[in-house]
Design a protein around this ligand. Structure first.
Ligand code: PHE
Length: 341
């Protein structure tokens, strides 16, 4: 039978090798060594069998062993407590789970840019409904029923009400502004418009416009030209040239279409400008006196200009997108190409 000293030595080794990983292991250890029927208690009971001349020495060894067992318990208890206080352990160096995020649509980016260019010179944003009545989309814009100009735009009618259409242009917002706002007005109207066209690379049944309206005393065609020239230099750069060609819109007189020098070839001829050196980007003109009268405005006192551009067209000229359908397919491989531009 091993002596008390030998027994102590054996258990001492066990304690030295102890590694309590969790509270349950620590509790096992406490019961095994420090419990009412534990090793320390048992070894103390052995003292009576130690010969009297060795008892003093054995008592010291036993005491040291008891201290060691208790200390070890305290050390592990504190360690586990510290771990518990820290909360669940997180590896801060692990890369996070990537969240798939979308991108801003190129049409929205260009629309934002158009709007902010005009905001810098005092235009404010105005919007209106996409389902319009005949008055705001046509009649008040100097296009009474049976006016041939109505055929310029293939209209979607709303079956529930013969007076309702999906607006064919954002000029309807001009009408709503003249109807409700006191003069002078200076607004830019971005929005979606609808035309009954067969979908192809060059046409779509809906697209986006940005239309401007300025009505005040003494507004002239020179103001219109200068405003649009400012817009073009901001949008396409200071070297861009502009030219105006006479045109026709029922709600403007005189009317014009504006071209800019080709942004791809600079005028020498390419696919974008169809080898003409010029690309058409918008329609414009002086607000027709009939339209002003429709809203109780005296054309002898007030004059104004209006212009309207297609956001898809501006985006196409800026980024050489040659298929309109790409804009509505939501293919992120297409949409991502415009990030940061
Ligand atoms: N509304 C016209 C169109 O959709 C554009 C335009 C707006 C023309 C304002 C002149 C003045 O084609």
């Amino acid at each position: 039978m091993p002596s008390l000293q030998e027994l102590i030595q054996l258990h001492q080794e066990e304690i030295n090798n102890l590694n309590a990983a969790d509270a349950a292991e620590l509790e096992n250890y406490r019961i095994r060594f420090l419990g009412a029927k534990g090793i320390v208690k048992n070894l103390s009971a052995e003292m009576k069998n130690v010969p009297a001349d060795q008892r003093k020495e054995a008592g010291q060894i036993l005491n040291a062993f008891k201290n060691l067992a208790e200390e070890k318990y305290e050390v592990f208890k504190n360690l586990l407590q510290k771990e518990a206080d820290k909360g669940p352990s997180i590896d801060m160096s692990l890369p996070g789970t990537p969240l798939p995020i979308g991108t801003r649509h190129p049409l929205r980016m260009v629309e934002n840019q158009i709007v902010s260019i005009f905001e810098k010179i005092g235009f404010s944003v105005a919007t209106g409904p996409e389902i319009e009545d005949d008055w705001h989309n046509f009649t008040s814009l100097n296009m009474p029923e049976h006016h041939p100009a109505r055929d310029m735009q293939d209209t979607f009618y709303v079956s529930q009400n013969p007076d309702w259409v999906l607006r064919t242009h954002t000029s309807s917002v001009q009408a709503r502004i003249l109807e409700t706002q006191p003069l002078p007005v200076r607004v830019i109207c971005p929005g979606r418009v609808y035309r009954n066209e067969t979908i192809s690379a060059r046409a779509h049944c809906f697209f986006h416009q940005c239309e401007g309206l300025y009505v005040d005393k003494n507004v002239s065609f020179a103001d219109l030209k200068q405003t649009l020239y400012y817009f073009v230099t901001e949008m396409f750069g200071p070297d861009t040239k502009v030219r105006f060609r006479p045109s026709y819109f029922p709600f403007t007189e005189p009317s014009a279409e504006m071209d800019i020098s080709c942004t791809v070839c600079g005028g020498s001829g390419c696919n974008l400008c169809k080898h003409s050196g010029w690309v058409e980007i918008l329609g414009c003109g002086m607000v027709h006196p009939n339209m002003l009268r429709n809203f109780g405005i005296d054309p002898e006192v007030y004059t104004g200009f209006a212009f309207g551009m297609g956001v898809e067209r501006i985006t196409q000229v800026k980024f050489q997108v040659n298929d309109l359908r790409l804009y509505s397919q939501n293919d992120v491989r297409f949409l991502r190409q415009f990030q940061g531009l």
